[in-house]
Ligand binder design. Sequence first.
Ligand SMILES: [Zn+2]
Length: 457
Amino acid sequence: MAPFDFAPLARRYAQGERLRVNLREPDHNRVRPEPFDKAQDRLREAESKGAPSSSRLNLAGFCATVPHMSSTLIKNIGTLVTGMLEDPLRDADSVLVADGVIQEIGNGLSGGADRTIDANGTTVVPGLIDSHSHPTFGNFTPAQNSMGWITHYMHGGVTSIISAGELHVPGLPLPPDPLCAVSLAIVAKRCWDNLRPTGVRVHGGTLLLVPGLEEKDFDTIDGAGIRLVKFIFYDYSLLPTGEAERYVKWARARDIKVKIHSGGVSRSGVSQVAGVDIVKAIDPDVIGHSTGGPIPMPEEDLRRIVAETEYYVEICTSGNLRMGMVLTEAVRQHGAEARVLVGTDTPGGTGVVPRGILREICFLASLGGITPEHAVAMATGNTGRAHGLDLGIIAEGRPADLVIMDRITGSVSTDALDSFAKGDLPGISVVMIDGELTVAGRSQQTPPPERGVVISG
Ligand SMILES: [Zn+2]
């Protein structure tokens, strides 16, 4: 991320504008809009105490953005799903959003917001996070020659996307050499920092780990703000050299998470096979598509990963349904619900699946023995926590990424959560990202919910 340029803001502030800035601290648990001068003072004070320069502070997650200056009151909420596994439902019927951040949650909130959304007794959940995506550049995927796919996913409730590697770039040598892998990660990261199709955050630039990388390469990606690396094309016959172990150590030293492609070979045909033994030897943070993407590891390997390790385990739209049942059974047996992440592993051979995350929540809640509110948490708060992001949680101080949904007319369910429990898709009426409405009344990708919302202001 480029150093935050205060100069234009300073000019506007000097001209009397009541400017505020969101400062996201390194622990990125809280985001609060602050008056411009106060925010600037805090950054300068940190620097005077020996903290790295402001550019470095940005890279450490001390991220300054200019918030949207609008406010929205969502009232008459029937069910508020928090995205927090330990406390998944909150007794509240109103959420006040201002400057892109959730300011207040309670019952019967009223007041002078710029805009009011009457949720009409329906359900509010956090914006969904796709834990495993394969973007390339922009709102186009060469994997299925599809334009606008990120916008379509947003209409399926997805507000953030985490790249599992930009490996669909046409002509990319597979595996890439170290320079190519690092260069691609940097270019992708820079581009995604600068582009949010329909408001969707894309955490891009995930480094594909290949033999021959050096520690300075990890400095380079750290400096660019990249927070994820992935084993997929690495040659595991090199494990005895200790190189992969060093990669994991270098990543951890920089607070960069490590993901591994698990199971059989991918569509590329050149990825490496990884079951429990390889996974344990690598010691990653996240087991990518643990139930297959598309080919899973053997059943016993998956059971052992759940029982014997603490790794996050993804379930993806690209996976094997039978192994999804194996995973959920093992997760329930070992109380490992906090380790389950939900992704699509698309675009790819599975296609472009805008309702993919919704379908995974349906699977978990209707067949996997997971409560619907916990299934939502797996697709939101769990994924945010696993990747060190402050996303996927509805709580005061968090970014205002929300989805409003209800049962679809004709469903045997009573509301959105009951729809998930019965395996029915809910219908989406509203998607909000950073406090701004990106879907206002009707999703293009779900049938309309039975109870609509009323938006005024
Ligand atoms: Zn993948």
